[in-house]
Design a protein around this ligand. Structure first.
Ligand code: 8YV
Length: 332
């Protein structure tokens, strides 16, 4: 009998069909998230799980899933999973790095450029008929935005995605500053990126892009005090996790002009609905789309499948997050 995998959302077919060769696959097909109680029920007989950021994988899930051996997160971030708890129980946790790096870095740039050049405001202006109603065909001071080329970008979190954002910044002739827990000498050499303590990076940058994982350290890393350090002409871009930024402080900063604008793909609470950011013109908002390209999503589906299949075949999954688990229990 094949082991059972439960998948909490529809993922691209390439991943599902690979999995079907080795597992009995059940997919939650609905558009909306699986209700928590039902999720707890579905995991009862699951040997493997494919989850996303929409599901909290915690003690309660582990307690409900006595057969569970591996959780493959369909995301590079895994702050939705109690990894320590999983390790203790000998449950493997995997993620999907690399395959989404370029897509996410591109999207950071889409937000950066879109916010700097007021693209969404401009689109609304045309589409709403306002352009015609105003009776002004063109005006030299219409929708002025901020220069991007040759300015300073400060990247907070300089892992794969942070560095991919920096590579693109090179093409824009920018000075690149970065902050991360450890220095990255190779990236400094290759990209000409300069390390800065966070406070200095915030003071010097025209664009601050957040690409850090959510941890206890990075929770509300961008708070009122730090927003006050930024230039009044600066733009903040967040493609990391909403909780890295104190939203209340950000709203204040945007309303009171401490900074010029923000491009946000992530929010403290998702879905973000009818919050104060809705009333602000100097923000561009997206519903967590960083890795939402055909290519990245298929790559993620394939990697999820490869992790589960490797595990089933007694091999260490290629993108295992909790390496210590191997000591607790052998794969397979
Ligand atoms: C995912 C993400 O698309 O990979 C991550 O960490 O935030 C996104 O790429 C999304 O979270 C789905 O799980």
């Amino acid at each position: 009998m094949k082991p059972k995998v439960f998948i909490t959302r529809r993922i691209p077919e390439n991943g599902i069909s690979l999995l079907r060769e080795h597992f009995e696959v059940e997919v939650w097909e609905e558009e909306h998230e699986i209700p928590r109680e039902l999720f707890l029920e579905k995991v009862r007989d699951a040997d493997a799980l494919v989850t996303m950021l929409s599901e909290r994988v915690d003690k309660k899930v582990f307690d409900s899933a006595p057969r569970l051996r591996i959780v493959a997160n369909y995301a590079v971030g895994y702050d939705n999973i109690d990894v320590e708890g999983a390790t203790k129980r000998g449950i493997y946790v995997t993620n999907t790095p690399d395959v989404l790096t370029n897509a996410t870095a591109d999207f950071a740039w889409a937000l950066l450029l879109g916010t700097a050049r007021r693209l969404v405001e401009a689109d609304k202006f045309v589409r709403s008929g306002e352009w015609k109603r105003k009776g002004v065909a063109w005006h030299p001071l219409m929708f002025l935005g901020y220069d991007v080329c040759c300015k300073t970008i400060g990247i907070v979190g300089f892992g794969r995605i942070g560095q991919a954002i920096a590579k693109r910044a090179k093409g824009f002739g920018m000075r690149i500053l970065y902050n991360s827990r450890t220095r990255k000498p190779e990236a400094e050499r290759e990209l000409g990126a300069e390390f800065r303590p966070l406070e200095e990076l915030l003071r010097e940058s025209d664009f601050v892009v957040l690409a850090v994982p959510l941890t206890e350290e990075s929770y509300h890393m961008i708070n009122e005090e730090r927003l006050k350090l930024m230039k009044q002409s600066a733009i903040l871009v967040n493609i990391a996790r909403g909780k890295v930024v104190d939203t209340g402080a950000l709203v204040k900063a945007l309303k009171e002009g401490w900074i010029a604008g923000a491009g946000l793909d992530v929010f403290e609470e998702e879905p973000y609905y009818n919050g104060e950011l809705f009333g602000l013109k100097n923000v561009v908002l997206a519903p967590h789309l960083g890795s939402a390209t055909y290519g990245a999503r298929e790559g993620m589906a394939e990697l999820v499948a490869k992790n589960l299949i490797a595990f089933k075949n007694g091999q260490v999954p290629p993108t295992l997050v909790n390496r210590e688990v191997v000591k607790v229990r052998k794969p397979g």
